[in-house]
Design a protein around this ligand. Sequence first.
Ligand SMILES: [Zn+2]
Length: 273
Amino acid sequence: MVAMDLIDIGANLTHESFDHDRNAVLQRAREAGVVQQVVTGASREHSPTALRLAQAHPGELYATAGVHPHHATEYTDECDAEMRALHAHPEVVAVGECGLDYFRDFSPRPAQRKAFERQLQIAVDLAVDGVGKPLFLHQRDAHDDFVAMMKNFDGRLGPAVVHCFTGTKKELFDCLDQDWHIGITGWLCDERRGLHLRELVKNIPANRLMIETDAPYLLPRTVKPQPSHRRNEPMYLAHIVAELARDRGEEIEITAAATTATARAFFRLPTPA
Ligand SMILES: [Zn+2]
């Protein structure tokens, strides 16, 4: 395996499945070349935990703070204040995970739209030199509403990444037309539902492309042998970048270096010493 520096922009390291061996998971990630990770904060409960993890691993782990559409009903005024307090910490590098999910509809759609709108407002309010705080976005089966809501904030939002992109060619081009970034996960490796992505990823400019595991979810189906516990880990980012590079017709080193440079610029991460 070639030496490469990778950044996992979406790891749910606060998930309870990591509670018994989180340090070993981090060590395996390092050995696989994952030099930095952005820990996803996706609820009132887990966003503070994501920050604490980042604080415990300075320069290596960073965090997002947000409320996932599945948890939209918990987005009260008090929750909004909690999110704003979390964003005062320098380790919190993006607003999210937030967005819309009409596939599962775990929260009513009006509540999803309200929670999303309030978090977009946070990103606007935290602008530095006129550039809004980066956004870590989730969208599933809600493309039209999602684009419309983002457009309501036109000219006021900073950089945005549509994480775990799984959509159609039209949706991809809509996102790229808006100059949004695209996060690619091991969904790419799913022969049942990810085949279309293998064609689409060639269309993403290197300076808009980032990679993520979404661990512990979405274990890449092409990892052989499949671990018996089925848990995904950040170390499998090396597998994802290899598959992505093949689909893009690039050397792995090229895709690895480009996605790392893009992630570092997007989240404004320092290069580790
Ligand atoms: Zn998501």
